[in-house]
Design a protein. Structure first.
Length: 526
């Protein structure tokens, strides 16, 4: 029996690290012997990042932000004493031209998130107008194309898009700011997320404070100043002005940078130029300044050299990826357009179907109404037919009555004409009768006058006769055979005969007048 001998491999001791990016957190187990570069490479592999030279691991100790050194062990550096140890994965160096230097989409995205946070935290100053435009690109990158049916008012209520300084500067409500941002956002239709983020960075890289790391310093006269380090060089600012530098040193014009304790010296390439010396508050600040200067200077010189094989491969891959994405975006845009057209066609068909159904329903209702109307019209037609017959009968009777009235009217017209003629004749007869009456009256008057004169003559004659007889025959005054009365009667009879003749003429005249009245009354033509 042989005892089994087990060899247990000694497990390396580890420590935990929490890596905080702008939008995520990751945890790793690191070996005790790992250097800063080992941890950094692990994070880059986890992110799929190849453009590693822009980034670093930042941590805060004793209130001062510093960067993890790549060539030293992690645990040998002055890092926070915590478990897990927290590091921020951030951009340490900035490109001069983002569109040419940022090749990977992940690199663009990380820069976009970091610069956006710096603008919102007011570490980079931006005018209100530019912040609204940048916010619209940020919304396009997050939500895609604007759709009024989906992006209803209030959809940006929980997004931080503008610096608090801008919000305080203008007395506008959240709804007003959203309306302004949405107006720009609606114009970015068709822009992909990576394009929107790149447009954001192209605007941000022209801001005065973009990519500048500021450090408080003093000159030899103990005047407080600010030293800024960025991708183009070193700049000296007044303490209250971070926009316009008082003096600048481009990397191509700097021969050497060194520090000794708290003193840092910048030697221009021109040996005749004045050497610039300044003092910082701490030795660690000088070390950090020097570290940033070396990194920015190396990138500045690299940009002006022929690209390495790795960079050339990355640029080629980036071009191929952009071309592929462009084609993919075009295909997606085409599919989206076709889908939208299909949806519009579907909506149009549904609308048309609904319209046809509504028209069919209305047609059915109209048919029912028309049937009811037809029945009603048939009944009305029957009634109308009967009425028509009655009206025809009434019309015939009316025609007969019209003809009768026409005949009557003709008779009446003739009678009227005859009546008018008779009236004219009667007027003439009346005028004639009046004249005749006047004439006869005058004749009667003359006859009366003649009668009176005749009687007067008779009386005178009788008197004269009596007088003559009394004178000539007095013995016959008492003559019995011839009494005056008898004589008077005889003479009177003679006069009566004359009077009777005149009376006969008057009777004849009266008879003629009565005859004319009869003719006029009964229409007898004389």
């Amino acid at each position: 029996h042989f005892g089994a001998i087990y060899f247990k491999k000694k497990q390396p001791k580890t420590f935990k690290v929490k890596i905080i990016t702008v939008d995520a957190e990751m945890e790793f187990s690191c070996e005790m012997k790992w250097k800063g570069k080992d941890l950094f490479d692990l994070v880059c592999r986890a992110l799929g990042l190849r453009e590693t030279w822009f980034f670093g691991l930042q941590y805060t100790v004793k209130g001062m932000c510093t960067w993890l050194k790549m060539d030293k062990k992690v645990l040998d550096q002055e890092i926070p004493k915590e478990d897990p140890i927290s590091f921020h994965f951030l951009a340490k160096f900035y490109p001069e031209k983002v569109e040419e230097e940022l090749l990977q989409e992940i690199t663009q995205h990380l820069f976009f998130l970091q610069v956006k946070k710096q603008i919102l935290d007011e570490e980079i100053y931006c005018s209100p107008e530019a912040t609204v435009l940048l916010a619209s690109y940020a919304v396009q990158a997050k939500y895609g194309d604007y759709d009024p049916n989906f992006h209803e008012p209030g959809f940006l209520a929980h997004d931080e898009l503008l610096p608090k300084r801008v919000l305080r500067q203008y007395q506008l409500t959240a709804e007003m700011w959203e309306e302004k941002i949405t107006a720009w956002y609606a114009e970015h239709r068709g822009i992909a997320r990576d394009e929107a983020e790149m447009n954001y960075l192209k605007i941000a890289q022209d801001l005065e404070m973009y990519g500048v790391n500021y450090f408080p310093i003093q000159n030899k006269n103990h005047t407080d100043l600010l030293l800024g380090v960025d991708a183009k060089g070193i700049h000296i600012y007044s303490i209250n002005n971070r926009f316009s530098p008082n003096k600048s040193f481009e990397w191509s014009a700097i021969r050497n940078i060194s520090y000794s304790e708290k003193e840092l010296t910048i030697k221009p390439l021109d040996k005749k130029a004045e050497v610039f010396k300044f003092f910082s508050s701490q030795l660690k600040v000088n070390k950090l300044i020097l570290q940033l200067c070396i990194g920015n200077h190396d990138l500045f010189m690299r940009r002006r050299k022929v690209d390495s094989i790795e960079i050339q491969q990355m640029k080629a891959q980036a071009r191929e990826e952009k071309a592929r994405k462009k084609m993919e975006n075009q295909r997606l845009a085409r599919e989206k357009q076709l889908r939208e057209e299909a949806e519009r066609a579907k909506e149009e068909l549904e609308r048309r179907l609904f319209q046809l159904e509504d028209e069919a329903r209305q047609a059915n209702e109209a048919l029912l109404r028309s049937q009811e109307a037809a029945e009603l019209l048939a009944e009305k037609a029957q009634i109308a037919e009967e009425e028509a017959k009655l009206l025809a009968q009434n019309a015939a009777e009316a025609e007969q009555e019209r003809q009768r009235l026409e005949i009557t009217a003709l008779k009446t017209k003739e009678e009227k004409r005859l009546m008018e003629q008779k009236m004219r004749e009667a007027e003439l007869i009346a005028v004639k009768l009046v004249k005749e009456s006047d004439r006869r009256a005058k004749e009667a008057e003359h006859l009366k006058q003649d009668l009176h004169e005749a009687r007067e003559a008779e009386r005178k004659a009788k008197q004269k006769l009596l007088d003559i007889n009394r004178l000539n025959y007095p013995h016959m005054v008492k003559y019995p055979q011839y009494s005056p009365a008898e004589t008077r009667d005889a003479n009177f009879d003679k006069g009566s005969i004359k009077l009777d003749l005149k009376d006969i003429d008057l009777k004849r005249l009266s008879f003629e007048i009565e005859k004319e009245r009869y003719h006029y009354a009964y229409g007898v033509n004389t």
